[in-house]
Design a protein around this ligand. Structure first.
Ligand code: E4P
Length: 218
């Protein structure tokens, strides 16, 4: 399972990259706005920090402009994955860019049928938004399971299921259990994944006992 970080905060990315556990980064217009920086600058900086796919989202909604934006973003660095919305125009852009060998992440997916369309359009990633479905009383994780099961029926589909809109560590466990290829999570969720009170308690006890021995390994 791959871990992507869902942020445009380069400090956070640099810090988490040092764990060796980060395979890629996802951004969106909201996260770019939050960074307060120009999209081309921030995407280039992230691409130079993390070798894996860095999702950079188009900002237009019409086909021609989205395609031009996608081509510009893709030309920035070879590890850019162009992110497009799950609309008829977005999927046309997905097909055109994928045919040119550009990785495309189709975002704002809320149904299995949308995921089937994205796979047929040659998407490298489909991003079902788990948390936003949970927010409206639907089971976001059920959608992850459905898409994984459907894609598994069609080996010709090369699209990876990228569980997005992750809100807490249990979402990560559930996505892993269901076979999602990738989870993109906010930095805080990755940090939470390390934590267990029994780990802290056990380590404190080991350290106290070790101190009593007066030994040193080095
Ligand atoms: C994914 O690519 C999106 O950027 C993200 O996961 C959206 O998450 P949110 O619903 O917390 O905004």
């Amino acid at each position: 399972m791959k871990f992507f970080i869902d942020t445009a905060d380069v400090q956070e990315i640099r810090d988490l990259a040092s764990t060796g556990l980060v395979d890629g980064v996802t951004t969106n217009p909201t996260l770019i706005a939050k960074s307060g920086r120009k999209i081309l600058d921030v995407i280039a900086e992230i691409c130079d920090m993390i070798p894996g796919p860095i999702s950079a989202e188009v900002a237009a909604t019409d086909f021609e402009t989205m395609l031009a934006e996608g081509r510009k973003l893709a030309a920035l660095r070879s590890n850019v994955a162009v992110k497009v919305p799950l609309t008829p125009g977005g999927l046309k852009v997905c097909k055109a860019l994928s045919d040119d060998g550009v990785k495309v992440n189709v975002t704002l997916c809320f149904s299995a049928n949308q995921a089937i369309l994205a796979a047929k359009a040659g998407a490298s990633f489909i991003s079902p938004f788990v948390g936003r479905l949970d927010d409206i009383g639907q089971d976001g994780m059920e959608l992850i399971g459905d898409i994984v099961a459907i894609y598994n029926e069609y080996p010709a589909f090369k699209t990876e299921v990228l569980a997005a809109s992750i809100r807490h560590p249990i979402h990560v466990t559930d996505a892993a259990r269901l076979g999602a290829h990738v989870v993109t999570m906010p930095p805080a969720v990755l940090r939470q994944m390390y934590q267990h009170p029994l780990t802290d308690k056990g380590l404190a006890a080991f350290m106290a006992d070790w101190a009593k021995t007066g030994q040193s390994i080095l």
